[in-house]
Design a protein around this ligand. Structure first.
Ligand SMILES: Cc1cc2nc3c(=O)[nH]c(=O)nc-3n(C[C@H](O)[C@H](O)[C@H](O)COP(=O)(O)O)c2cc1C
Length: 207
């Protein structure tokens, strides 16, 4: 019996688990990573400013360099690649690149673009807003990456356990970006630890 699109999508979502033991002999190609990352960028973002930046650790050398910064979590070197998801603290700088093509294509007037640019630049005078926006929007990209990877037959694990200051120093991350999380990707060697979820009742308030 063939499965429906909805069943396949639900299966991708419900079968994703955090894999911490990868088959170190498995590779992921640059093309596969590029495809997953391109689909990742279909994630929604506030004002469509696309507040994410990806640092890709694909070579063995790069992963080895990252290992101590991620507190020697072995999955860093066992996985086929690691993606650092960075959040853009100056996503307002993307306004022109995002909206100008829409104006040129006739989907938006230049007046509307200018009005939006004023709103956006106004919001970005607040550093707290910029930081919250960097984290929330980049996190949507992170989730989209993990689900896309799963749909393409890869496993992943999000990693918040790494030294962010050291990361910035070691990899010369521009002040514009803040590290949000690392994500390992590869083929599982061992199943994930069993995990559970709180009852919906505990995590929801219905008004
Ligand atoms: C933001 C974030 C940070 C995480 N950091 C780590 C980490 O440093 N090391 C690790 O092994 N797992 C990490 N995880 C994975 C969680 O432990 C895992 O998602 C959770 O236990 C639920 O398990 P599941 O993903 O298999 O359903 C992280 C997950 C998230 C979303």
């Amino acid at each position: 019996m063939s499965t429906t699109y909805t069943e396949e999508l639900m299966s991708v979502i419900t079968s994703r688990t955090s894999i911490r033991n990868y088959n170190a002999n498995e590779q992921i190609s640059i093309e596969e990573l590029q495809e997953i990352l391109s689909i990742t960028t279909q994630a929604p973002s506030a004002w469509n400013l696309q507040h994410w930046h990806f640092t890709v650790f694909h070579s063995e050398e790069a992963k080895k360099q990252l290992l101590p910064i991620a507190y020697n979590q072995n999955q860093i070197v066992e996985s086929s690649a690691v993606i650092a998801i960075l959040g853009d603290l100056k996503a307002n700088k993307n306004t022109d690149s995002v909206y100008e093509p829409l104006v040129e294509a006739g989907y938006m007037t230049s007046e509307i673009k200018e009005t939006l640019a004023k709103q956006i630049n106004g919001a970005y005078t607040d550093e707290g807003f910029a930081r919250d926006a960097a984290f929330s929007n980049a996190s949507l990209a992170a989730m989209q990456f993990m689900l896309t990877a799963k749909a393409k037959g890869f496993d992943t694990c999000a990693i918040g356990g790494f030294n962010k200051e050291q990361f910035v120093k070691e990899f010369n991350v521009s002040e514009r970006y803040v590290p949000v999380m690392l994500i390992t990707i590869g083929k599982a060697q061992k199943a994930a630890h069993k995990s559970n979820r709180l009852d919906l009742q505990q995590v929801s308030t219905w008004l």
